[in-house]
Design a protein around this ligand. Structure first.
Ligand SMILES: Nc1ncnc2c1ncn2[C@@H]1O[C@H](COP(=O)(O)OP(=O)(O)OP(=O)(O)O)[C@@H](O)[C@H]1O
Ligand SMILES: O=P(O)(O)OC[C@@]1(O)O[C@H](CO)[C@@H](O)[C@@H]1O
Length: 304
């Protein structure tokens, strides 16, 4: 089973306006409420790709119930710890550009964390774990490291998509891959990474610290995958960008689904990028038809 862990899920309230003006009354012409949070998005795309998946994390209040109902109606298993305060609602404004306001998240106490850890303790080496997204302020900074250590000790492959400090904290536990976007990778090394060689060098440093592979997503510039003996670059088609929220999570889902279903690394990477781009080109996360359509137009170049 593929388990995703979202410590800070959200309802994503997506509002499309013709143009958004700060400090003025803006009216949306279309709105959507999606079950969101990075790991949850990964599970949603995994299910679209026909992979069974279970969502772990914390859910509370009416937004938690909304998310749970939405996921279950898509046949995604939900095994979350129930918390007392409300799961957050993140606002995604789509005008001529994209603006996001992410809320901090609910209070999580020690008992909640213990309940989650017990669920992770029950996983086996046949499972795969994806830990993704921010943590509510009330949680300890080393929670990613705690989960990663448990996976490492139990020989459970795990993947991490999170910001700098959280990502750094898990490298010693040898994640199957990590997925920084290019901005996050630049922040980790406090420098601009302007060439493929510079990106590969940075990725190799993360691998030196323990990551088995590094998947660098680069928005409209595609993505790179660095492994110990190979490096691929994906070039994505141009298209109308509608909503990039969840594009990175879609790549993680495509990669995991590919590896789980025994695709070659190159084909798993191609599927991953197709998932990301197909999501960027649609309101919600991409459908299977949209992913297959985009897949025909992804070019993969082997750098070495
Ligand atoms: N403008 C775009 N045009 C085509 N494809 C895109 C575009 N933006 C994103 N993508 C696709 O989505 C993938 C992930 O995008 P990005 O690097 O923005 O991830 P991210 O920052 O982790 O996203 P998020 O946090 O919103 O999930 C890219 O590798 C690419 O395949
Ligand atoms: O605040 P975090 O956890 O860093 O990011 C949360 C979030 O922006 O990430 C997903 C897209 O990747 C959205 O569904 C969600 O709102």
């Amino acid at each position: 089973m593929i388990y995703t862990i979202t410590l800070n899920p959200s309802i994503d309230y997506v509002m499309f306006t013709d143009r958004f003006e700060q400090g003025a009354l803006n009216r949306a012409h279309t709105t959507y409420k999606f079950a969101g949070g990075k790991g949850i998005n990964v599970s949603r795309v995994l299910k679209t790709l026909d992979n069974d998946t279970t969502v772990h994390g914390f859910l509370g209040g009416f937004p938690g119930q909304f998310i749970s109902d939405k996921l279950q109606s898509s046949n995604i298993l939900v095994d979350c710890v129930e918390v007392n305060s409300d799961t957050r609602i993140n606002v995604k404004l789509k005008g001529t550009s994209e603006t996001e306001i992410n809320a901090p998240g609910p209070d999580i106490n020690e008992q909640h964390i213990e309940q989650l850890m017990n669920k992770i303790e029950a996983l086996t080496t046949n499972d795969t774990v994806i830990i993704a997204g921010s943590i509510p302020k009330s949680m300890p900074d080393d929670i990613y490291a705690q989960i990663a250590k448990r996976c490492y000790t139990k020989n459970i492959p795990f993947v991490v998509d999170a910001e700098k400090n959280l990502l750094n904290s898990v490298l010693q536990y040898k994640p199957l891959f990590v997925k920084p976007n290019i901005v996050e990778l630049e922040e980790m090394f406090d420098t601009h990474l302007q060439t493929d060689e510079a990106i590969i060098r940075a990725a190799k440093q993360l691998m030196h610290k323990g990551a088995q592979m590094v998947f660098v997503s680069m928005g409209g510039d595609g993505a790179m995958l660095v492994t110990h003996d190979k490096c691929f670059k994906a070039i994505v088609p141009k298209g109308q960008v509608v909503n990039t929220v969840g594009a990175g999570d879609s790549t993680v889902a495509g990669m995991i689904a590919g590896l789980t279903n025994n695709l070659s690394i190159e084909d798993a990477f191609k599927q991953a990028v197709a998932c990301g781009t197909a999501t960027a080109f649609t309101e919600d996360l991409a459908s299977a038809t949209e992913i297959n359509e985009v897949l025909q137009h992804i070019q993969i170049k082997q750098i070495y």
